[in-house]
Design a protein around this ligand. Structure first.
Ligand SMILES: [Zn+2]
Length: 265
């Protein structure tokens, strides 16, 4: 498949719209599948796994909804030419032509990118970057890009075309849970519903410097403190070493420093 054809297929995903907002379901499923592809995971994934992961993604990045329907994108994406199911026989359908969730689960249906697309993206990371960027630009706000890319296992810097290492999408969940969904420096813990906002799982030793996706190397920081940390305004010793916040001698200002002097962890 040519790169142009492949980008056009993802660019042409038919998505449902309401109140001027495009449903992100298919886009998130496609991004998750691309993340799996680039990290070498098997092409086909059981619906049970897709349901689990896509539910998390939709809860975090989708519009607020009481219930989340992962069976719709899992079934409908096959009509866009990028996704296949390993079996469709015996699946019961609704009057609108969608698969019943229970039926997909019972039959153990697996879905994944088409073989052609999977192989093309595996062999061409630059193209995968373009497709991921296209999908984000078409469906999400810029402030969401990095979080989404991290959550599907695509490094944001990778998508910016700078490098191609993969991060563990489980890192964020484990770190935030360990810090009880609070910034380790200022205790910021605002949520919308159950979803923490403006809270990051930061690497104490930067990923670029070889810091592992390991709980011992992780810390929960609000976006302000994450930016200050990444900018070098303060450093943090590892939790096992006491987890002390050390403010840089270079950092100056008239206010805001009271927040960067606590003990974290
Ligand atoms: Zn903070």
């Amino acid at each position: 498949m040519t790169p142009e054809k492949l980008r056009a297929l993802f660019g042409g995903l038919q998505v449902w719209q309401r109140q001027g907002r495009r449903a992100p379901h298919k886009c998130l499923l496609a991004l998750w599948a691309i993340g799996r592809c680039l990290s070498g995971e098997s092409r086909m994934a059981p619906y049970r796994l897709v349901d689990e992961r896509l539910t998390e993604l939709l809860r975090e990045f989708g519009p607020p909804r009481r219930s989340v329907h992962t069976e719709f994108p899992f079934w409908r994406l096959q009509h866009d030419g990028v996704w296949v199911l390993d079996r469709t026989d015996g699946i019961t359908l609704t009057s609108s032509g969608d698969a019943h969730k229970t039926s997909l689960l019972r039959a153990g249906v697996r879905g994944g990118l088409t073989e052609d697309i999977y192989d093309t993206l595996r062999a061409n990371h630059r193209l995968a970057t373009q497709v991921a960027s296209d999908l984000l630009a078409a469906h999400f706000q810029e402030t969401q890009y990095d979080d989404i890319l991290q959550r599907v296992g695509l490094d944001p810097d990778f998508a910016a075309g700078r490098r191609s290492t993969m991060r563990d999408p489980g890192f964020r969940a484990v770190v935030l849970r360990a810090y009880e969904y609070r910034c380790a420096v200022c205790s910021f813990d605002v949520r919308i519903g159950t979803r923490p906002v403006a809270l990051d799982a930061a690497h104490i030793k930067w990923h670029q410097a070889g810091g592992p996706d390991d709980i011992q190397n992780g810390i929960a920081l609000c976006v302000l403190h994450h930016k200050l940390f990444d900018a070098g305004a303060f450093t943090i010793s590892r939790p096992v070493d006491g987890g002390v916040v050390l403010v840089s001698e270079e950092a100056v200002g008239s206010s805001g420093f009271s927040l960067v002097s606590r003990i974290c962890g």
